[in-house]
Design a binder for this molecule. Structure first.
Ligand code: ADP
Ligand code: MG
Length: 467
């Protein structure tokens, strides 16, 4: 117990230093993750007659703490403040505490609060890339709705009808950029908000690890404690039932407490075949907005802006040429400029139309080169949860045959490999087997909705993983 804390002068003592003492003791009794998640965000407001009043970010937060750390908290405050000590709380998302602090202690309080805020920020990672902002996201017809909704959310997270926001569109069209821009802007507007961005892949891996180490509860409660949850490429949740289930509960808790949820996907919710219907319907509760490939005007604007950013001098004729020849992917537009810059400086050439033509051609070749039979095989096997060598073996088990035929089909569609090479990769089969596989899948794609969806999903998985 701190000496100066007697019943009479306790109200005048800086409640922040008392809480700091409590935190020190708590830190020794819990894991760092628990400490960061549940204790650092607690803000001391006031102490009066041995009653310590604190501010918590949400009701859920309180319930979790009360259920799991009640004994620890009570023991700690009794140790520090005295046997009469009690804790009361208020729920608030306000950055500054309500004006209930005794006036004599305001200055000290503010300093201590700032310290706590800094700690919270430092130890809590949002995983946002600061490069993705609204300022450098070029407006165009194709992204108008998504951008407008994103911007409204940044000013009022959880408070608009766009909850969840579901952004979908093809590869390289700016989904990741836009959803991260929301996160960055929210943190700028409301530095105290708990914003987290992560890809569905990472979410899944973390979930599996949490289960293996018996920490599934800690995992879900961590995400339930967020103010803003941003999840990229949610289509990768397909086929992962347990993760979907855990995600479902996280979604409900956050949505009920009006926390903002943001998703991206390569297709609209209704086309996410194989995803829990309950999730699909929840994804549609807020706003679903697509991002379409940029029109010519937007492509030129993007190229202009990026070439300025890179400090390049490129004539309008060249920008026009690139914009007319790279049409469906903004990442490729960007890649083309960088390549052009590299080609020019490596060969000490000026950036002229001839060099631009050569570079555009290279981009088209790269598109095919990145995707290999190996990477296709890997994605297909992960998708069907089978070992890669099974595709090379002679087995005629139904599901293996299907996976093998799909992998052959995609290898023919997505790489420049010859039928012979493809056959060799799949256990030395000859080219007629590959032809048979391809036509069989082609036919099934037309007659069987589920095969069509598998092919669509796999195509986008492969494109994303190889880009
Ligand atoms: P997606 O997630 O849809 O595959 P990304 O968000 O990764 O696409 O975008 C690919 C690249 O293109 C990124 O470097 C991004 O900054 C850029 N980009 C996409 N859309 C725009 C835009 N409207 N304005 C400026 N840059 C953009
Ligand atoms: Mg992305």
């Amino acid at each position: 117990m701190i000496d100066l804390l007697t019943a009479n002068n306790i109200s005048k003592v800086d409640c922040s230093s008392i809480w700091r003492e409590c935190l020190k003791s708590i830190k020794e009794n819990v894991t760092l993750m628990t400490y960061n998640t549940w204790f650092l965000p607690i803000k001391p407001l006031q102490i009066e007659n041995s009653v310590l009043k604190v501010q918590l970010p949400s009701q859920f937060f309180w319930e979790w703490i009360d259920e799991h750390y009640n004994t620890l908290i009570n023991r700690t405050i009794k140790e520090i403040i005295g046997s009469e000590a009690r804790l009361t709380y208020i729920i608030s998302n306000e950055t500054e505490p309500p004006d209930t602090t005794p006036s004599t202690t305001i200055t000290q309080n503010e300093t201590a609060l700032t310290k706590i805020k800094e700690n919270t920020k430092k130890e809590f990672q949002s995983f946002l890339n600061p490069r993705y902002t609204f300022e450098n996201f070029i407006k165009g017809e194709g992204n108008q709705l998504a951008r407008a909704a994103a911007s409204a959310i940044s000013d009022n997270p959880g408070g608009t009808s766009f909850n969840p926001l579901f952004v979908y569109g093809g590869v390289g069209l700016g989904k990741t950029h836009l959803i991260q821009a929301i996160g960055n802007k929210i943190l700028k507007n409301f530095p105290e908000k708990r914003v987290i961005y992560l890809s569905t892949d990472i979410f899944t891996v973390e979930f599996v690890e949490a289960i293996q180490s018996n920490k599934a509860n800690e995992f879900t409660s961590f995400y339930k404690s967020m103010d803003v949850l941003i999840i990229d490429d949610i289509q990768f949740l397909i086929g992962k039932e347990k993760t979907q289930d855990s995600f479902f509960h996280i979604f409900n808790t956050l949505h009920q407490s009006r926390k903002q949820i943001i998703f991206s996907s390569d297709k609209p919710p209704k086309d996410l075949k194989g995803l829990d219907e309950r999730l699909i319907s929840r994804f549609q509760w807020g706003l679903t907005a697509d991002i379409q490939p940029p029109d010519l005007e937007t492509r030129i604007a993007i190229l202009k802006r990026k070439s300025d950013d890179y400090g390049m001098t490129v004539s309008n004729e060249i920008l026009d040429y690139i914009a007319n020849n790279i049409t469906s992917n903004i990442r490729e537009l960007e890649g083309c400029l960088i390549k052009l810059l590299a080609n020019a400086s490596l060969n000490s050439k000026v950036i002229d139309l001839e060099l631009a033509k050569k570079t555009v051609k290279e981009i088209a070749t790269d598109r095919k080169v990145n995707i290999s039979i190996e990477s296709i095989t890997k994605c297909v096997c992960e998708y069907f949860k089978i070992e890669e060598n099974k595709l090379r073996e002679k087995t005629r088990k139904k599901e293996i045959v299907l996976a093998r035929q799909i992998a052959m089909f995609l290898s023919k569609e997505m790489t420049k490999s010859s039928l012979k090479t493809i056959g060799l990769h799949f256990g030395g089969r000859d080219h007629s087997t590959v032809i048979h596989a391809c036509s069989s899948i082609e036919l099934q794609k037309r007659t069987d909705e589920s095969i069509k969806n598998i092919i669509l999903s796999l195509t986008s998985i492969i494109e994303i993983k190889c880009s």
